[in-house]
Design a protein. Structure first.
Length: 200
């Protein structure tokens, strides 16, 4: 794994992690958006279907609320599903708001075998983001974990879409380094508006 950069997180400065994003009282914060399982959304679904429309509306609301609470910078690993959708949402907010999107790419040919539809989304997000960094040039068993660690090192909080009972490297790494971790249930966000953030 990479050598940690030693960034002092606001959660550490304020004396530890606070649940339910109380950290947002501070200004100019950074958040990583991740997902525990990239297969937990049916990627063959048309994005005009109710479940996807509802999910994306709730995702936008959450990102906007984070920004209004002080988050100016967001990190994603540009994987298909939630990270790409989050990237699209942030790019849409950039024109009129002080908000930036940073991408940590796990490996250079990340989208080579994706469906064309998702590849186009991938390249568009990369085109309009603020910074891009590569965790690795070639694929390896560790490249996604390396990307996770690089994102967490730059973040004050990590927002994970998925089941908090699943073991997820970025969650463990973030917690061990004083970064706040919160979970959002994907199924709930597809069923109703105003999905809840569940503190750990």
């Amino acid at each position: 794994m990479h050598e940690k950069g030693g960034r002092m997180h606001k959660s550490q400065e304020s004396g530890g992690k606070n649940s339910n994003f109380n950290l947002l009282e501070e200004e100019k914060m950074t958040c990583t958006i991740a997902a525990t399982d990239y297969n937990n959304i049916d990627m063959s679904m048309n994005e005009s279907e109710f479940e996807v429309v509802t999910f994306k509306q709730n995702l936008r609301e959450m990102i906007w609320n984070l920004h209004c609470g002080g988050v100016t910078d967001f990190y994603i690993n540009s994987e298909y599903g939630v990270p790409i959708w989050a990237g699209e949402t942030i790019i849409g907010l950039k024109n009129y708001n002080d908000i930036r999107l940073h991408i940590i790419v796990p490996y250079e040919n990340q989208c080579s075998y994706w469906h064309e539809y998702w590849r186009e989304k991938y390249y568009k997000v990369h085109e309009f983001c603020d910074t891009v960094r590569f965790a690795s040039i070639d694929y390896s068993d560790e490249c996604f974990a390396e990307a996770d660690e690089l994102m967490a090192d730059e973040s004050d909080m990590v927002l994970i879409f998925g089941d908090q009972t699943e073991k997820f490297h970025i969650a463990e790494y973030a917690k061990n380094n004083g970064v706040a971790v919160e979970y959002v249930g994907i199924d709930k966000l597809m069923q109703r508006a105003g999905g809840q953030i569940n503190g750990e």
